[in-house]
Design a binder for this molecule. Structure first.
Ligand code: SF4
Length: 194
């Protein structure tokens, strides 16, 4: 990189950030233009989504490209500037949304740690769903209340609580509520209120 004297620097400043000044500072304008043209989201497909982390519901834009082998590669996730909710901004948690898909530390299978154990073991989705279903049934059977202390029929499950997630759509929220009420749950909560 060429040496720039203080006088050179002032001259560059007077000329603004024009090409001559940038070249004097060692920047290659041709390279800069080429770099801009190869910007890593250039030509990428733009998809809209919602941050899954909290009830604010900030809008996201995900940029993807299709590789030559047909696979889809996620290039970038950022705040959606057109959203009236976040106007392109994301909090530090939302700004890491891309790591949900790309982090090398992402857990991709159900993990189970038996009571008293200090080890996690990988399970199949089928085995984990069966285990969860069995736990729900056991807890419901053990805590179901058919009549309250005054003899009123209540048919409620007091031993299970349910909390909905911030990324629930209205339909998912409706469905989850129906299922939980069907099981007799009375303790229902939503992250939006937490
Ligand atoms: S970006 Fe932050 S504030 Fe917005 S929804 Fe995600 S977690 Fe909530």
């Amino acid at each position: 990189m060429p040496q720039v004297t203080r006088r050179d620097f002032l001259k560059i400043g007077a000329a603004g950030t024009g090409a001559a000044g940038l070249t004097a500072l060692g920047f290659d304008m041709a390279q800069a233009v080429a770099a801009k043209q190869s910007f890593h989201i250039a030509g990428a497909k733009e998809s809209h989504s919602v941050c899954p982390y909290c009830a604010v519901g900030c809008s996201l834009v995900a940029y993807t490209k299709t590789n030559s082998d047909g696979t889809t590669q996620l290039l970038q996730i950022e705040g959606n500037p057109d959203s009236p909710v976040n106007e392109g901004r994301l909090c530090p948690k939302g700004a890491t949304a891309m790591q949900l898909a790309t982090s090398a530390r992402r857990v991709e299978n159900p993990m189970y740690r038996a009571p008293g154990s200090d080890k996690w073991q990988q399970m199949t989705w089928d085995d984990m769903l069966n285990k969860l279903a069995q736990r729900v049934k056991d807890a419901r059977d053990a805590t179901f209340v058919a009549k309250d202390a005054s003899g009123n029929t209540v048919n409620r499950t007091e031993g299970i609580a349910f909390a909905g997630g911030a990324a629930f759509s209205s339909e998912e929220g409706y469905f989850a509520t129906k299922v939980m009420r069907g099981l007799g749950l009375v303790h229902l909560e939503q992250q939006a209120r937490v």
